[in-house]
Design a protein around this ligand. Structure first.
Ligand SMILES: [Mn+2]
Length: 230
């Protein structure tokens, strides 16, 4: 089975609950939609668990906008990216690593922050932009009108940030693929449109984590509720 898992945002509790329900087998594949940290305070445990899972299972880590921004900031030294981190939970996340988090971020102490986030930075080079499973294309946010017929799919900054109102959600990519995305928390229940399925069930906001299984057309929620999308 394949499981396409939504935005975790450091919500270790919901990740653990979801995995307890799914009970992934050795030959199952776990595709994570990105945004592994920021907003919640369970980043260390989340990263440890993801590394552990990568050792025992076929895991695909997709890149979210938070990965995109941390990479630009820490590896690309684009200091103007700090505003995003301050605004969208990066500082809250860093506080788990250091009581000096605020000063370190405001003074752009990139080397010190990189030491804290070493495990995360180790994952970044292995992250992919998208993955296909049958007639589904898993990605963090979305693609534009112009990209609907373009292959291969080449990602640019907006692809990590697009909201559903800027994604052609009624159409299928290349006429055959339904997007499976996170990034925008629309509802505590999955949203299904002809060309777009949203499984961000709000783990970043203290709500749920969701996993879409293409083989069963079900979304499994971290509280045990199952949604049939078939
Ligand atoms: Mn996102």
């Amino acid at each position: 089975m394949n499981y396409i898992i939504g935005d975790i945002h450091g919500n270790f509790t919901e990740l653990e609950k979801l995995l307890t329900i799914i009970k992934p087998q050795a030959n199952d594949r776990l595709i994570f939609l990105g945004d592994y940290l920021d907003k919640n305070s369970g980043t260390k445990r989340t990263l440890d668990l993801l590394h552990q899972l990568a050792d025992t299972h076929d895991c695909v880590f997709l890149k979210g906008n938070h990965e995109y921004v941390w990479e630009k900031y820490l590896l690309g030294h684009e200091l103007q990216r700090r505003d995003f981190l301050l605004k969208f939970g990066g500082l809250e996340m860093l506080k788990e690593f250091s009581p000096e988090a605020e000063r370190l971020l405001l003074e752009d102490k990139i080397d010190a922050i990189s030491v804290f986030l070493k495990e995360y930075l180790n994952l970044l080079p292995h992250m992919k932009n998208y993955a296909t499973v049958g007639s589904y294309l898993a990605l963090h946010a979305g693609i534009t009108d112009e990209q609907m017929d373009s292959t291969p799919l080449v990602f640019d900054e907006p692809n990590y940030f697009l909201r559903p109102d800027h994604i052609p959600t009624e159409l299928k990519y290349l006429g055959q693929y339904t997007l499976v995305a996170g990034h925008t928390h629309l509802s505590p229940e999955p949203v299904k449109l002809p060309g777009y399925i949203n499984v961000d069930l709000g783990a970043g906001f203290g709500k749920y984590l969701g996993a879409f299984c293409p083989e069963t057309s079900q979304v499994i929620r971290s509280d045990g509720k199952i949604f049939e999308l078939g």
